[in-house]
Design a protein around this ligand. Structure first.
Ligand SMILES: *Cc1c(COP(=O)(O)O)cnc(C)c1O
Length: 410
């Protein structure tokens, strides 16, 4: 048995069956490339859902982790540590917000946002107790906690996990009129991704965010922007909201904040919103820990020093053009922004899964998102030569058809 096969057997035996990964067992990564336990090399075109924007094992980030690991890793928030302050300072400067509240996973930072805007609704806007409403977008992905899945439109995410949390209203993504109509005097916030990654790389109409800004301002509603996947350079700007210059009231970051080396997330806002939190209102044992903060400081610096947002824009525009040039009858559309690109496969050609399997056989790692979309989101440090290497292989795979009858035989 190959080492990969042994590993897959072990995981099938001892692991919960809550994911359906491609059967690739990775042991090492460097930049945009990863190696499996049998020595096969792949171009990573997922970047752990954009958590590894800075590339695998970036030397400067590894050095920060090694140094901080030997100095101090956790103090809890019962005491201060010498890393959190500089990290929050740097994050606030980068995002252009006055305050940041550090957590660990993205879902925790979304939960933090929900608590903040509800409390703002009661204490500042004057919404009657327990009546606060948050408007969200259909097709959203904000994480997997019981409250967050309560406003998912993905039935499987909710099935069997009720009772669900009330207080959320769902409107179509990218629809400014629907937002305005959904607002009531009890609306405290509109929570949305600027571009939907998990939904299949769905790009909103141009001008939508500007309208969102205007509507939210007129109705005294907070616009909360989930940039966990789109942020930190991925779409060709440091934050996707910057494409329209319409600044949200609060931003949620995660994933690439610490370069994929450690889970660090944060909720950012100005004092008018962050000021609702008083000691004891919210917290996390690991949130703001010196290990994550030290790694985050360098991971954020790498984004700026290496101009990774500009790289994403340049390479992404070129790569998307090249993907669109591929002659195939299997593709509905190639869409995206920067290096967050979705290739939608025609239903008649089969699902995206066999395309991802065929790409993996050729040394390119992608994961299907929703049944029909292959997402290309390599580390932002990827080179043009790497992508040029991948293009003919992608063209070969996209020329294939995995129509249902064939897929059954596959
Ligand atoms: C990944 C993601 C989350 C959840 O982050 P976790 O770290 O997996 O909890 C939330 N929102 C968006 C847009 C994401 O892509």
């Amino acid at each position: 048995m190959s080492r990969s096969a042994q590993y897959l057997t072990e995981v099938a035996k001892y692991g919960a069956n809550n994911y359906k990964p491609l059967p690739v067992v990775l042991e090492r990564g460097e930049g945009a490339w990863v190696w499996d336990v049998d020595g096969k090399k792949y171009l990573d075109c997922l970047s752990a859902y954009s958590a590894v924007n800075q590339g695998h094992c970036h030397p400067a980030i590894v050095k920060a982790a090694q140094e901080q690991a030997g100095r101090m890793t956790l103090t809890s928030r019962a005491f201060h540590n010498d890393q959190m302050g500089p990290f929050l300072h740097q994050l606030c400067d980068l995002a252009g917000f006055a305050k940041a509240l550090p957590m660990n996973s993205g879902a925790e930072a979304v939960e933090t946002a929900i608590k903040a805007v509800r409390k703002w609704g009661y204490k500042v806007k004057g919404i009657p107790a327990n009546k606060a409403e948050i408007i969200v977008s259909a097709g959203n992905f904000h994480g997997r906690t019981t409250t967050i899945i309560s406003f998912s439109t993905e039935e499987q995410y909710k099935d069997g996990f009720g009772p669900l949390t009330p207080g959320f209203k769902i409107i179509p993504f990218g629809d400014a009129d629907a937002l305005e109509k959904a607002i009531t005097p009890n609306t405290c916030a509109f929570l949305t991704e600027p571009l939907q990654g998990e939904a299949g790389v769905i790009v909103a109409p141009v001008g939508w965010l500007k309208k969102v800004r205007d509507i939210c301002t007129r109705h005294n509603v907070l616009w909360v922007d989930d940039e966990i996947q789109t942020g930190l350079g991925r779409t060709g700007k440091m934050f996707a909201w910057q494409w329209e210059g319409a600044r949200p009231d609060a931003v949620i970051v995660g994933k690439a904040v610490a370069g994929g080396m450690y889970p660090v997330s944060a909720f950012l806002a100005d004092e008018n919103v962050m000021g609702v939190f008083k000691p004891g209102d919210h917290g996390s044992t690991f949130g703001g820990n010196p290990f994550g903060a030290a790694i985050g400081r360098v991971a954020l610096k790498v984004l700026v020093d290496e101009k990774l947002a500009d790289r994403a824009q340049e390479l992404g525009t070129w790569f998307m053009d090249e993907l669109r040039k591929i002659k195939t009858s299997s593709v509905v559309e190639v869409r995206g922004k920067g290096l967050l690109i979705g290739v939608e496969i025609k239903v008649e050609a089969g699902s995206a899964r066999p395309y991802c399997e065929a790409l993996a056989e050729r040394g390119i790692l992608c994961k299907e998102t929703h049944d029909q979309v292959v997402r290309f989101a390599p580390p932002l440090t990827v080179s043009k030569a790497d992508l040029q290497w991948a293009l003919p292989k992608i063209a070969e795979v996209l020329a294939m058809s995995f129509a249902p009858a064939m897929a059954a035989a596959h």
